[in-house]
Design a protein around this ligand. Structure first.
Ligand code: NAG
Ligand code: NAG
Ligand code: NAG
Ligand code: NAG
Length: 405
């Protein structure tokens, strides 16, 4: 095959030369033609030879036999020379040529390190060392075998997942790589979960369309109160024969979400205010919450849902104690009210999350309320009124009385 190609090539070269130098050629002898060829900068790739990587030998091993029509005239005054990758360039001395034109390889080659060698080939005058023909070249392509297992970027990966994560993807991307030849079965990798502890919710590997990437996914819901951490063993396996594989461990840490609503310590409270009193704290209400303290699922948000139609009160959260602080902001008139029922409600900053038979649901739960009875105490003789003495005359009468209202 290589031999035939070379003959065709030489024929072509001769034609090309004849066209380029048709006038000069008549005057040139064969030797001059050869010099012309040598001077040319152009190189010809004769052919590509294939060697399989990690060949066990024995070495040296014959790669190919070089032919040249000048060989017939050699009469032992010519010699061959190889230069280039694997000969005079790294890795040195991998290939050599015997004086009969046979090219040998001296040891096994790792394709993942050296996938291709470009080697130049000259015929020299044995005495002067001057090339007697133009430089030719050939490639040695190293054929892949499945000698690399796919590997994950890290053998131990960690991820944090909020307890209230809706089923679907987990924030763990899996990007295994396989250094065997691209776009072949030897570097095509499948990823799967081989084990997980605890077993629920079920964790799997899902291919993300478009991103050409695998990601962990799950069905069901996590429960921080039951399990706070998961250990997932994953495997990457290539499609070679036999297939090679490797594993990695993913540790998932579950973080608490709002799965417990706040509950008032008391359902009813009593408090009092003095008539017309304002900007005064009148009650503190406390809640208990099963979620992790100082998280949005634990922090309470209080509101007044009833009894504040006139805007007399406000309720805020004490950031230190998580208590609800009820304050009267506008004095109440005794004439109108003596007992008020104020209904306060509480929820958490984060919506309540409930998992019903393995299905996550963000709940809009009915508000949790408590009743506060506010008693407005009548304050006698407020100083402002003492001064305001008014004369009142009895209609139709001639008697004058002083009345303090
Ligand atoms: C994959 O590797 C095997 C040897 O393990 C080899 O025979 C085969 O040619 C390679 N496949 C491809 C497509 O390179
Ligand atoms: C609050 O008072 C209302 C009547 O005004 C009553 O129906 C409700 O049960 C009370 N709530 C609590 C928590 O005591
Ligand atoms: C809450 O209720 C308990 C009894 O359940 C009682 O001892 C306590 O005084 C009450 N606190 C308030 C602020 O009403
Ligand atoms: C001016 C006037 O009408 N005076 C009368 C006030 O009332 C007394 C009785 O309570 C009468 O005797 C006065 O004549």
């Amino acid at each position: 095959m290589a031999k035939m190609f070379l003959y065709q090539l030489l024929a072509f070269m001769t034609v090309a030369l004849a066209l380029a130098h048709d006038i000069a050629n008549d005057a040139l002898n064969k030797r001059d033609k050869r010099n012309l060829l040598v001077r040319s900068k152009r190189r010809w790739v004769l052919s590509t030879f294939e060697l399989t990587e990690e060949d066990p030998g024995p070495f040296p091993k014959l790669v190919t036999q070089m032919f040249n029509d000048h060989m017939d005239m050699l009469k032992n005054n010519r010699k061959f020379r190889l230069t280039g990758n694997g000969v005079t360039e790294e890795p040195l001395g991998l290939f050599y040529i015997h004086e009969d034109g046979s090219v040998y390889v001296t040891k096994s080659i790792d394709r993942e390190k050296y996938p291709l060698f470009n080697i130049k080939f000259d015929i020299l005058d044995k005495e002067t060392g001057i090339p007697v023909d133009r430089t030719l070249a050939f490639d040695v392509k190293i054929k892949d075998i499945n000698d690399n297992a796919p590997t994950f970027e890290e053998t131990i990966m960690t991820g944090e997942i909020p307890e209230n994560l809706q089923e679907g993807y987990l924030p763990v991307q899996l990007k295994p790589t396989d250094t065997d030849e691209e776009n072949t079965v030897n570097s095509t990798v499948s990823v799967k979960v081989v084990s997980q502890t605890p077993a629920e919710p079920k964790i799997s590997v899902k291919y993300v369309e478009g991103s050409k990437m695998n990601q962990l996914a799950f069905t069901g819901c996590f429960d921080y109160d039951k399990e706070k951490s998961y250990v997932v063993e994953i495997e990457a396996k290539d499609h070679g024969t036999p297939a090679l594989s490797s594993t990695a461990t993913v540790i998932l840490k579950v973080t608490d979400s709002n799965t417990h609503p706040p509950v008032f310590k008391n359902n009813t409270y009593k408090t009092e205010i003095k008539e017309m009193e304002s900007d005064k704290e009148i009650l503190r209400v406390a809640v208990t919450d099963g979620d992790t303290p100082n998280t949005p699922g634990w922090r309470a948000v209080y509101t007044i849902v009833k009894g504040n139609e006139d805007g007399n009160y406000k309720i805020v959260t004490d950031p230190k104690t998580n208590e609800g602080v009820l304050t009267v902001i506008k004095g109440k008139d005794f004439e109108r009210t003596t007992l008020t029922n104020v209904v306060i409600a509480v929820k958490n900053e984060e919506p309540l999350f409930v998992c019903n038979s393995g299905r996550a649901k963000a709940m809009t739960a009915s508000p949790i309320t408590a009743n506060v009875t506010v008693k407005v105490i009548d304050v006698n003789d407020p100083p402002v009124f003492v001064k305001k003495v008014t004369d009142v005359y009895e209609k139709g009468g001639n008697e004058t009385r002083n009345c303090a209202l």
